[in-house]
Design a protein around this ligand. Structure first.
Ligand SMILES: C[S@@+](CC[C@H](N)C(=O)[O-])C[C@H]1O[C@@H](n2cnc3c(N)ncnc32)[C@H](O)[C@@H]1O
Length: 210
């Protein structure tokens, strides 16, 4: 499955990439009340400029992305110096307060996520086929400490094509995350011409007593 993504990056088939920060991030993130300085996990991060927005607003970022091309293209967007190192099977590049881990999200271990206090997920779920979405929701819950918050932006469409992007309806988002997170459905954006509609969610990791 990662092979498909590597091919997409190689061939430049990255229609999901946005050149401006996502409005759901700029609008909703400040309302979550995540303290400045909290490290934000950005799973399946691509070369999203949302990471720069978070860093500029005092949130250090840990992004995970399987495609080295994506990471290099992100780093090229800024003249700032890059330091590189290797840890636990990941090639890591750091630029300012953005750390990019090149590798498979499912290989990120809780010990490596110790400093994470929030997360931002735009278009991760819709990149994954149904069975992997279960694995994703479970793995994310392992990495996020109780009480930590996150923002999730997903997509539904009329399913006239299979995906990616896969259509992930609200009921599925609840089924996936409710066992481990409290969810608030913040908004559904207007339907686009290709029937795509974005949904935006606030998530809070439950503690041991719910
Ligand atoms: C739909 S894109 C979204 C990228 C980014 N979140 C954004 O908003 O532009 C999904 C990304 O996940 C990456 N990806 C897919 N499977 C992955 C995995 N198992 N581990 C890490 N990255 C993965 C792909 O290479 C792709 O860049």
């Amino acid at each position: 499955m990662s092979e498909d993504w590597l091919a997409r990056w190689r061939e430049g088939r990255i229609g999901f990439h946005r050149s401006e920060p996502h409005p759901a991030l700029t609008h909703h993130w400040p309302r979550l009340g995540v303290p400045a300085g909290t490290k934000v996990l950005v799973p399946l991060c691509g070369k999203s400029v949302d990471m720069r927005w978070l860093a500029q607003h005092d949130y250090p970022v840990l992004g995970i992305e399987v495609a080295a091309e994506a990471i290099e293209q992100f780093l090229e967007q800024s003249p700032a110096e890059v330091s590189r190192y290797h840890k636990a099977g990941f090639e890591i590049s750091r630029q300012g307060s953005v750390e990019l881990w090149c590798g498979d999200f499912f290989h990120l271990h809780i010990d490596q996520a110790a400093e994470i206090g929030a997360f931002y997920d735009r278009a991760s779920l819709i990149a994954l086929p149904p069975a992997t979405r279960h694995r994703y929701a479970f793995h994310l819950a392992q990495l996020i400490p109780p009480g930590a918050k996150g923002l999730l932006v997903s997509i539904t469409h009329d399913e006239s094509w299979e995906g990616p992007p896969y259509s992930v309806p609200a009921e599925e988002i609840r089924t996936l995350f409710e066992p481990n997170f409290r969810l608030v459905h913040l908004e559904d954006n207007p339907e686009q011409e290709d029937s795509k509609r974005e949904s935006v969610w606030e998530l809070e990791r439950r503690g041991p007593h719910g």
